[in-house]
Design a protein around this ligand. Structure first.
Ligand SMILES: [Mg+2]
Length: 366
């Protein structure tokens, strides 16, 4: 069937309840039990929940106290990120047997462009099946996959037959798939945006498609254009291999300008917590801490300090940020504070050359 959409063969691979599944694999007594991986136990936040725990409504990012209320038998397990990282690398090696165009989103998710692949296999669906079988066989864990013409649809599709399943959205099915899709399932539409769309009568892709570019621009800012295109099957973002971060940051704008450092400490603590959470998620640490201060007159100031060692935990980040805050008198009231970490301990790999364009035949096997 003919389609004039830009077509690549993209697979989104997503490990099933990754951290929790690793723990259950490594500790057989946890198999079949509701477990929550999270550093703070009941007092912390759930990073990952096993499928047995999810049945009770336990989810990642949920407070431990609430999780226990939902599931009294819940077992808390301390995360072992080194182990997750080690397994993640093994899985990535499997991907590289098929293509070098692998873009990890996190330890347990990646996009693969298999338009041209090392196996010469024209079917992205069969490649996905193969990869999932190899992950199960070599690593011992299950994965799900979404297969389609671009990253956006592949990502949405990988959720469809989870766990241990896959879904292909063929080129000729793309438009219909997107039209019937609940906008809450659109990648890039968060809770707040979904709410806003619902209020405007946008419930499905079809509703979204009926809004003009001007309308979406006016109502959803920069993202409006993105929504306008993805719902039409247009998403040209390439699979970018070896994305290495230069820095990691978080910031807060205050509803009222603050003029005393004392009032800023609490805000700083939240920001430090957010930075630490992101560092943990990306498994990196940094040496340089930068405090960003935006004054009520919109002038911007940054203060930095480089430590002799890498840090990643909240208390160290907070302490350093505090030092920076007190280092010098504030010149005005403050409307925004931010903390960033740079000088990260990420490997410095060279980017391989990206093939600029890929010619696609009309006869297209998926
Ligand atoms: Mg996952």
């Amino acid at each position: 069937m003919y389609t004039d959409l830009p077509i690549r063969k993209i697979i989104h691979v997503d490990m099933d309840a990754f951290y929790a599944s690793v723990e259950q694999m490594d500790n057989p007594h946890l198999k079949g039990k509701p477990i929550a991986v999270g550093g703070g136990g009941k007092r912390g936040v759930v990073s990952a929940a096993s499928y047995e725990a999810r049945k009770f409504g336990v989810k990642s990012a949920m407070a431990g106290t609430l999780a226990v209320k939902l599931c009294p038998d819940l077992i808390f397990v301390r995360p072992n990120f080194e182990r997750y990282s080690e397994i993640s690398k093994k899985i990535r090696q499997i991907f590289y047997d098929y293509t070098d165009l692998v873009e990890p989103l996190s330890l347990d998710e990646a996009y693969l462009d298999v338009t041209q692949n090392k196996k010469g296999n024209p079917s992205a669906s069969l490649i996905a099946k193969d990869i999932r079988a190899r992950i199960l066989n070599d690593v011992g864990l299950t994965a799900s996959a979404g297969i389609s013409i671009n990253k956006f649809i592949a990502k949405v599709a990988s959720d469809y037959n989870k766990p241990n399943g896959q879904k292909t959205v063929n080129p000729e099915e793309v438009l219909e798939f997107l039209e019937q899709l609940d906008i809450r399932k659109f990648y890039g539409v968060g809770k707040v945006t979904a709410e806003k769309m619902y209020q405007k009568g946008i419930f499905t892709g079809l509703d979204l498609k009926q809004k003009s570019l001007e309308y979406l621009d006016a109502n959803f800012g920069k993202s409006g254009r993105y929504y306008y295109h993805v719902v039409r099957g247009i998403h040209t973002s390439e699979v970018k291999p070896h994305r290495t971060r230069k820095s990691l940051a978080a910031e807060r704008t205050f509803s009222e300008n603050l003029s005393s450092e004392v009032f800023m400490l609490e805000k700083l603590e939240h920001i430090a917590e957010e930075v630490a959470r992101r560092l943990l998620k990306s498994l990196v640490a940094g040496k340089t801490i930068t405090l960003k201060i935006k004054y009520s007159d919109f002038t911007l100031q940054t203060r930095s300090k480089t430590l002799p060692y890498y840090i990643s935990d909240k208390s160290m980040i907070l302490e350093t940020a505090k030092d920076l805050l007190y280092q010098e008198k504030l010149s005005n009231s403050v409307r925004l504070l931010g903390i960033s970490l740079s000088n990260l301990n990420t490997e410095k790999k060279k980017k391989p050359e990206l093939k600029k364009s890929v010619s696609v035949q009309l006869k297209f096997e998926f």
